[in-house]
Ligand binder design. Structure first.
Ligand SMILES: Cc1ncc(COP(=O)(O)O)c(C=O)c1O
Length: 468
């Protein structure tokens, strides 16, 4: 056991401290992985645990995309703080069942304590609102839609969507996260019940278009009931006009959900929190700890101003479950999940270790690096396509359009070098863009300079070749 634990501790220490010295981008084929597994893991003969752990460490190191690497500028997958790694190990060891208070007294209260702290940060009254940990942003967004349906349509709980008089509609920007497509499907509302509102020139939900669409849908016999504002869109990291959406929803008695899955962490920074103004007027919020809060997956959060609607949405009783006790929250009554991992410990421990100020410093440093990246790109002839105080930068280079080079070709060349990882996207589903997000707290100015230099070389080399 000692040996095994030493091996694990050594790996945690070495990986965390020396991650910069390994290649962030793997070079391995699907066939290579499959044949390795087939050859070594037929499960016929037991394998010694130390040897087994050693092999898992080796393949994970060699054949993973290392998102915690300073050179990963990716899709909101963070580097993980050590407190979060330790928390996850302790959770696996004690394995408390978070579904009921009786099985997890201290774990449930640690989660509630952490959620109350964040409820306050988001401007909700923790005494009259509620929060829960989810598997991620998708489950939190789903919880929001289910709760809004329950709250706005009393007949929905028992009769489902078929009991509703008119077809209900949700409005999201065309730049909103694709979880809402799935949510349309799984709630039984259908894909067409999720209306895509065009975004404006800075990729934010366009209020004029929203108003027009709602008017026209009502005239056509539909029943709009919910608007989603995103705080930190997945492609461009921009923040929808939250104050205007809040006002519009108040006028119309619609549910206002704010999807702050990534950008919500800005609430920790006195400098950046102002960018989220309007979020405090929402009916519900999605915020993922496993994104900008830099804890390991998976850890989402759902916050709601209407605890009774949440309880009604997820109510279920069964003779075999422990009876409810006053003041003691059984989370199976307030969330979609039943058996649930102690998700909140990693955020609790990371918050406690860094302190509020430590978090603010980490997040502000990443936002400053985003600005530094913009300036470096401009200096090297790239064009910035989005505007946001948050560290997502969408960009292109005139040479791409001139020489007919696609962003995919640039990425292919970049990945083949195995030194950096950025992504590409299409803004408003049509404007091709390279996309870099400051995702790792390990990234610094040198990393940013090196990334831009590498991209500049790739673009100029590719453009020269295509001109020949
Ligand atoms: C804005 C936004 N909302 C929701 C999600 C979904 O979160 P998850 O992947 O944790 O389900 C994402 C994921 O990137 C996102 O960017």
């Amino acid at each position: 056991m000692n040996d095994l634990l030493r091996q694990l501790a050594d790996e945690i220490e070495d990986y965390s401290e020396n991650i910069a010295s390994i290649k962030p981008v793997p070079q391995v084929s699907l066939e290579e992985i499959k044949s390795y597994l087939n050859k070594n893991y037929s499960f016929e003969t037991p394998i010694n645990l130390r040897e087994l752990s050693g092999d898992v460490i080796r393949v994970m190191r060699n054949w993973s995309l290392h998102a915690g690497h300073p050179n990963y500028f990716g899709l909101f997958v963070p580097g993980t703080k050590t407190a979060s790694v330790i928390a996850d190990a302790l959770v696996a060891l004690y394995n408390p069942q978070l579904g009921t208070w009786s099985h997890s007294p201290v774990s449930t209260e640690i989660e509630r304590h952490t959620l109350r702290f964040l409820l306050e940060k988001f401007g909700y009254d923790p005494n009259s609102s509620c929060g829960s940990f989810t598997t991620g942003g998708t489950e939190a967004n789903l919880s929001a839609v289910l709760t809004a349906l329950t709250d706005k349509f009393p007949e929905y709980c028992d009769g489902g969507v078929r009991a509703l008089l008119r077809p209900p509609l949700i409005y999201v920007s065309e730049e909103a996260h694709h979880s809402f497509i799935k949510i349309g499907q799984v709630t039984g509302l259908g894909h067409t019940a999720v209306r895509n509102v065009p975004a404006d020139d800075n990729f934010r939900l366009d209020m004029t278009e929203l108003r027009k669409m709602v008017e026209s849908d009502i005239r056509d016999g539909f029943e709009p009931f919910m608007v989603v504002g995103t705080a930190g869109t997945t492609s461009a990291g921009v923040i929808d006009p939250l104050i205007d959406i809040a006002e519009f929803c108040r006028e119309r008695n619609f549910w206002f959900h704010c999807d702050a899955a990534w950008g919500g962490a800005a609430v920790m920074s006195p400098q950046l929190a102002g960018a989220l103004k309007g979020i405090e007027q929402s009916d519900s919020i999605t915020c993922d700890a496993h994104k900008w809060f830099s804890v390991s997956m998976s850890a989402g959060m759902f916050f709601c101003r209407h605890p009774q609607a949440v309880s009604k949405t997820f109510q279920a009783s069964a003779a075999y479950m422990p009876a409810s006790q006053t003041g003691k929250v059984d989370s199976f009554r307030n969330t979609l999940q039943c058996s649930r991992r102690f998700i909140g410990l990693k955020l609790f421990m990371t918050l406690a270790e860094l302190g509020e100020k430590g978090y603010a410093t980490m997040i502000e440093k990443q936002a400053e690096l985003g600005e530094f990246l913009r300036l470096e790109l401009i200096e090297k002839g790239f064009e910035i396509l989005n505007q946001t105080p948050l560290p997502v930068v969408c960009f292109t280079h005139p040479a791409l359009a001139e020489s007919g080079l696609s962003t995919a070709e640039v990425l292919r060349e970049l990945y083949s070098k195995r030194e950096f990882w950025i992504s590409d996207t299409k803004l408003k589903n049509k404007i091709p863009a390279l996309r870099a997000c400051i995702s790792s707290f390990r990234t610094d100015e040198n990393t940013v300079r090196e990334l831009v230099r590498t991209l500049q070389l790739i673009v100029s080399k590719k453009a020269a070749v295509s001109r020949i």
